[in-house]
Design a protein around this ligand. Structure first.
Ligand code: ARG
Length: 607
């Protein structure tokens, strides 16, 4: 629909020029007529698009709005391209113009999608010459997941992982080269206490492989922290251990590596189960760039010495006491902060290869709690002139995951939930639901079918529940809701696909569709119109980074498909309706599959 709507927009502008010659326009008239006057119809019965400007023009020109609308529609009817695409426009109510795409155009769009793997979604064109000249760039960095070493990956990291992966998939599909970065917290003072503790309690770990497991490691972190808080000698040892590590002491580095490897292995198990690809580039990677950050900010007069610490003060950043609040870039002991690393990361990601990633868009997917951190860091980077004008840098925040009681998600006994347990429980519950359903339907299926379906549905449900919410709001985690076959859920979408696969098993050949297609029923037209919206939806997600838009679209598509499936015959219809309806089934299946793939959600043929 993107192409059609831009053709309509052009036709509309041609009509405007005829009715309101440019030289006669007042500034108000010009401002009404410039910009987009074509909006999607507010109700399907109004057609596909609406033009509302006759009303505001009427006020300005002191003429009846319906008359103005009439003049515009008269011109549109004389426009060749317009009459190719649209039915005669209708004037409704006080002076709205309703436009509906004609059936010839809709059918030819459907034909096109039958043979187009991208289902009408254009691939961004980046000419390699321009890329070489550095004039345009198609590289995007998405910083997501990013758990901390030796700590448990929590539900916030799960959200970041699921949302970040889906955004990466959408941007890759649009034609960008996406660098998926896992900015793991693998550096910092906490390693002082971890290494000190490790050397004392499991000295053999430094020489044997695999002695510390992560469930231990999380506990291990707690023990180390407890000792650090309570024991002065331990604290001092830990402090000098940080110095050792930073100075590159061999044994400290081995211990650090070991802790990182253990965590990495555990994180990877989650990524494998969720089918997530990520490149690890932890905070430690930026160590050698930190001094440059300080020097650069110093040279640009952005640093202020505040009680020995090097700080940046930003306009409007004040603490609770109303006093200007510094962002500390280098602590008084010479150490660096989370913000310093992020500044180095911005610089690196925007610098052209081989000294950096050469990206033009940087996206950070973390909980909304980090919004002020990112806003501060981005402002500093802008003040330091590190962000070229055609580059974009965005924080993609998301809300908290809550239990059904609206409180922080916890186990029954009040502990934080482990991600592995969360995934296991979703699969377990999906498997119970499935067995019940098989029972009521008197179906018998083997173990491997049950396993496959429950795993797919369980993982799909967890991902979809997260993605289908507007990410900015907090979201209530409910196994019952996410696994339900009704409503905006993964099982509902999966089921629509299974129905189509069923049609094809029952003899509806979805591949050999000849050219003679015809449509008569409103259910067919509604489905066609929905199918053609895909390109607009993808373009929206690319811009606004809201995967819930895609989810909402797939849900509506499934509903419209189900109405079509329930209300009119498909396999039993006579030709050419049978073939035509099978064509719609085929495109619906492809659209659902593509959409789910872009969300990172696996699909099924049977369930
Ligand atoms: N490790 C951080 C956390 O667990 C998230 C890092 C996000 N990325 C970044 N470049 N700061 O909260």
């Amino acid at each position: 629909m993107i192409e059609i709507s831009s053709r309509l927009e052009e036709a509309l502008n041609r009509a405007f020029i005829k009715v309101f010659p440019k030289e006669d326009r007042s500034s108000t008239t010009s401002s009404i007529l410039t910009g987009s006057n074509l909006v999607p119809a507010s109700k399907p019965e109004f057609g596909d698009f609406q033009v509302n400007c006759a009303l505001s023009l009427a006020k300005e020109l002191k003429q009846p709005p319906r008359e103005i609308a009439q003049q515009i529609t008269d011109q549109l009817q004389k426009d060749n391209d317009f009459v190719q695409i649209c039915n005669p426009p209708l004037i409704a109510g006080p002076g709205f113009i309703n436009l509906s795409i004609n059936s010839k155009t809709l059918i030819s769009e459907i034909h096109f999608r039958l043979n187009d793997k991208r289902l009408g979604v254009p691939l961004k064109q980046f000419s390699s010459k321009k890329i070489e000249e550095g004039k345009i760039n198609n590289r995007v960095v998405i910083d997501f997941s990013s758990p901390n070493i030796a700590k448990e990956m929590h539900v916030g990291h799960l959200r970041s992982t699921i949302i970040g992966d889906s955004l990466a998939r959408v941007l890759e599909f649009c034609g960008y080269e996406v660098i998926r970065l896992n900015h793991v917290g693998d550096w910092g003072t906490q390693f002082g206490m971890l290494i000190t503790h490790l050397k004392e309690v499991v000295p053999e770990a430094l020489h044997t492989k695999d002695v510390v497991e992560i469930s231990d490691l999380v506990n291990f972190y707690r023990q180390a922290k407890k000792r650090f808080d309570e024991d002065q000698i331990f604290q001092n040892k830990s402090r000098s251990e940080v110095v050792n590590l930073q100075a590159g002491n061999q044994e400290s580095l081995i211990a650090w590596q070991l802790l990182c490897n253990q965590s990495r292995k555990e994180f990877q198990k989650i990524y494998d189960r969720l089918d997530i690809k990520l490149t690890e580039r932890g905070e430690s990677f930026y160590n050698t760039f930190l001094v440059d950050v300080i020097n650069d900010l110093k040279n640009k007069n952005l640093l202020i010495n505040d009680q020995g610490a090097q700080c940046v003060f930003l306009d409007g950043v004040v603490g609770k006491d109303g006093k200007p609040q510094p962002i500390i870039i280098q602590k008084s002991d010479g150490g660096f902060n989370y913000a310093t690393t992020d500044l180095a990361a911005i610089k690196y990601r925007l610098t052209t290869p081989p000294h950096g990633d050469g990206a033009f868009r940087l996206i950070y997917v973390t909980d909304a709690g980090q919004a002020s951190h990112f806003s501060g860091v981005f402002q500093i980077a802008k003040l330091a002139n590190w962000i070229p004008t055609d580059c974009q840098i965005e924080h993609v925040p998301f809300g908290l995951v809550q239990g059904e009681d609206g409180k922080k998600l916890k186990t029954r006994s009040g502990e934080t939930i482990k991600l592995v347990d969360l995934l296991d429980e979703a699969i377990q519950r999906a498997s119970e639901d499935l067995k019940n359903r098989l029972n009521t339907e008197s179906r018998s299926e083997n173990e491997s079918f049950i396993d496959k379906v429950s795993t797919t549905v369980g993982i799909a449900a967890i991902k979809y529940a997260d993605l289908s919410q507007n990410r900015v709001s907090n979201y209530q985690f409910s196994f019952n809701k996410m696994l339900s076959l009704q409503g905006n859920t993964a099982p509902y979408l999966l089921y629509a696909l299974v129905r189509i696969a069923g049609i094809s098993r029952k003899g509806g050949d979805l591949n050999a569709l000849d050219q003679n297609i015809q449509f008569n029923e409103p259910q067919e037209w509604a489905l066609i119109r929905k199918l053609l919206e895909l390109d607009c939806i993808i373009a929206e997600v690319e811009k606004e980074l809201l995967p819930n838009r895609l989810c909402g679209y797939l849900f509506e598509l499934s509903q419209i498909f189900n109405r079509f499936y329930d209300q009119i015959p498909i396999l039993k219809a006579s030709e050419p309706s049978r073939t035509s309806r099978l064509a719609l089934c085929s495109i619906t299946a492809d659209t659902l599959k593509l959409g789910m793939t872009l969300l990172g959600i696996p699909t099924l043929e049977r369930m």
